[in-house]
Write a protein that binds this ligand. Structure first.
Ligand code: NOJ
Length: 699
């Protein structure tokens, strides 16, 4: 291959959305392109691949990239919703189904999963994350990688993003600076990526942000030392959209040529659309500023991925419009059902289907909005809205009024009419939240309350005294204290995807148990952010005795720091709902937490008895948390180390055994990862503030 042809393999360009303009055809014919992003038309992709194989000088097929983030035609809940299922198997199946649909049309590469540990609900991209916890993110990320890649008939190369620390952007403002000490990076932000690399992920995308002074697209320490050196990653690193030329905007490269050289040296194999590689790499090599051997290495890694993706396999794949099956929608419904978190229930749920229901709210009948962010190919026509699903069940006993045009509508003009409708019903269901466009990339908020007049609507309707059920459809945790107080039942449904309506109906009426559990802590107020369960201990932790409210401070109180602890004066220091929380329609008890004999590879093993103490079958997620009581560096107050989702019949008892490896108890206290024997406290229960615990001595 000539130098130009080699560089072509490092270049990704944008497709023309269903057409094949001459410039693109020419570029593929002469081998100047290795990958195309955003082309999903099967006929165009058949032709593009034919040209690449038959007319280009080297016959190398193209990688076809697309953001298949939570489904292709069939849309699953947003990743944050999928995370609420705590169901690795189901998430893997959802990814496999997405791959199956997308690959039929010729897409062979998705920019998913996003593994950014996200602890700031202001950040719009929290919707694309698996939430705040490294273990949950790692397990679900690895499940997605397996789901996308392991279908040999319809594989979709996965891409781990955004490497790394993007979720920690200051003030929850997209693209903003991130400053993360190496200890924090290694203990919290890197582990999900490492787990997904170990699961076989073939590609990685550096993030847009600035990490400790060096944007990841030019960060050789991150991409070479950690990713390739420490983790032995031998796949392809693709820049984010124009993030190579943005090295100039960041001010770490003098000009675009310099940026291209910096990214290539750092180990970025492919330039996503910035044009910097195409424009400058050849001259840089010819001028001796860049070694051609480096280009060869970058190309080899691209080719390795193309081989692994089966692009060279015979017979050549022929693409066609993806088939959508009823099974796909059934799976989307199951994932959506398991992602819905029941946060409050004053015995109004499950809802009997005999009565008259009044459905209100701007998100009740929005086939597009319920799909959430990053939906390019979702089939809106197949969405089942809440209104449709309720109408099918309640028929003439359902009344409906959106009341507000959008979630942002501030007008209260329709409140009285809505109240009249509500008054004529036995129960009111309010579908509230945020439209799809209010979260996702670059859609961050400084206020995380319900937008518009929605909270006022809840207040107005709740004043009638009818039972009020609130369903929140949103791409982020919202601060909804007042709404929770006024509602008789509240379900957090995220953006549930194609089958939102059926899934919500099924959970609300008890066709399935309410089984979602929070993958993020819900704050009471935005001022508590970042609020996450695995925070540090501090030398002055808040206790019930030391917390004082602003209204209770004696006007003559002397200034002193004695006895002070870590809390805000104007808000209850606890979260609104802790990480891992979610109600079921039955109750579970956890008893008899005890140590078990350990096998050679285990540091500690715990057993616990779980009993369904209620009157119906149900689902719980047993969660095991650990605190290292004395260590060479401060450790989080609790860290999730294991979880298991289980279904128990009424009265059924099951003994669970949790195995914890030495690696799981190890941590970075500087550069090195250390295992420090000693005392650990272990909790097992249904959320991060659960009480059943035992102290163990680990040797
Ligand atoms: C920018 C986003 O940051 C990234 O997540 C996405 O995959 C690319 N654009 C491609 O659309």
């Amino acid at each position: 291959m000539s130098l130009e042809q080699k560089i072509g393999q490092l270049v990704q360009v944008e497709g023309a959305y269903g057409s094949l303009p001459d410039h693109l055809r020419e570029a593929v014919v002469c081998g100047a392109v290795g990958s195309i992003i955003n082309e999903v038309d099967p006929a165009t992709l058949n032709e593009l691949q034919r040209i690449a194989r038959e007319e280009s000088p080297h016959g190398i097929p193209l990688l076809i990239g697309r953001d298949v983030i939570h489904g292709f035609h069939t849309v699953f809940p947003i990743p944050l919703g999928m995370a609420a299922s705590w169901n690795d198997t189901l998430v893997e199946q959802a990814a496999r189904l997405s791959a199956w649909e997308a690959a039929q049309q010729g897409v062979n590469w998705t920019f998913s999963p996003m593994l950014d540990v996200s602890r700031d609900p202001r950040w719009g991209r929290i919707a694309e994350s698996f939430g705040e916890d490294p273990l949950l993110t790692a397990r679900l990320g690895a499940a997605m990688v397996r789901g996308y890649q392991n279908d040999t008939e319809h594989p979709l190369v996965s891409c781990l993003k955004h490497f790394v620390g993007y979720g920690a952007c200051e003030a929850g403002k997209d693209y903003n600076t991130t400053n993360l000490p190496e200890i924090e990076l290694r203990n919290v932000y890197l582990p999900p990526f490492e787990a997904a690399v170990r699961a076989g992920a073939l590609t990685v995308m550096p993030s847009f942000s600035d990490l400790n002074g060096m944007p990841p697209s030019g960060n050789a320490w991150l991409l070479r030392d950690v990713l390739r050196g420490e983790w032995q990653f031998d796949g392809l690193v693709v820049s984010d959209w124009a993030s190579i030329s943005q090295l100039v905007v960041h001010g770490v490269a003098e000009n675009e040529a310099n940026a291209a050289a910096q990214a290539a040296r750092a180990g970025v194999n492919m330039d996503m659309v910035s044009g910097a590689y195409a424009a400058h790499l050849a001259q840089l090599v010819e001028a001796g500023a860049l070694n051609e051997q480096l280009v060869d290495e970058l190309v080899l890694e691209v080719l390795r991925v193309k081989f692994a993706a089966g692009l060279f396999d015979a017979p050549v794949r022929v693409y066609h419009m993806a088939t959508q099956t009823p099974a796909a929608l059934a799976l989307a419904q199951e994932v959506a059902e398991q992602s819905i978190v029941l946060l409050k229930n004053n015995d109004v749920l499950p809802l009997a289907i005999e009565g008259r229901v009044c459905l209100l709210g701007p998100l009740a009948d929005q086939p597009y909005e319920q799909l959430g962010t990053w939906v390019f190919d979702g089939d809106v026509a197949r969405s089942v809205t809440i209104r449709e699903a309720f109408a099918a069940t309640f028929g003439g006993r359902l009344s409906y009024d959106p009341v507000l045009e959008t979630s942002r509508d501030r007008s209260q003009a329709g409140f009285d009419a809505a109240a009249t409708l509500a008054w004529q019903s036995d129960v009111v269901v309010l579908a509230l939240g945020e439209e799809a466009i209010l979260s996702g990339e670059a859609h961050c908020r400084s206020d995380i309350q319900l937008p518009g007049a929605q909270s006022a609507l809840v207040e107005h309707i709740a004043a009638l005294g009818k039972p009020v059920i609130v369903a929140i459809l949103a791409g982020r945790p919202l601060a909804i204290s007042e709404v929770v107080e006024r509602a008789d039942a509240l379900l957090y449904a995220w953006h549930p995807g194609s089958m939102a309506g059926t899934a919500l109906l099924n959970v609300i009426t008890g066709g399935v148990d309410a089984s979602g559990r929070l993958p993020v802590t819900l704050p009471r107020r935005v001022g508590q952010v970042p609020i996450y369960y695995a925070h540090g201990h501090t030398g002055k932790p808040a206790t019930p005795e030391t917390v004082i409210h602003i209204d209770d401070i004696d006007p003559k109180a002397p200034q002193t720091s004695i006895g002070n602890t870590s809390f805000h004066l104007d808000v209850d220091p606890s979260p609104l709902f802790p990480f891992g929380f979610g109600l079921s329609y039955t109750t579970f008890e956890f008893h008899n937490l005890r140590e078990e004999a350990v096998a050679d590879d285990e540091a500690v093993a715990m057993a616990v008895d779980v009993i369904n103490s209620g009157a119906r079958a149900g689902v719980t997620v047993a969660q095991l948390y650990v605190r290292d009581l004395v260590a060479s560096a401060t450790r989080p107050v609790r860290e999730l180390k294991a979880y298991e989702r289980l279904t128990l019949e009424a009265g059924e008892r099951r003994t669970l055994r949790f195995s914890i490896s030495r690696d799981a108890l190890s941590f970075h206290n500087g550069r090195a990862k250390v295992f420090e024997p000693g005392r650990f406290r272990i909790w097992v229960g249904e959320h991060a503030a659960c009480g059943l615990s035992a102290e163990v001595l680990v040797e």
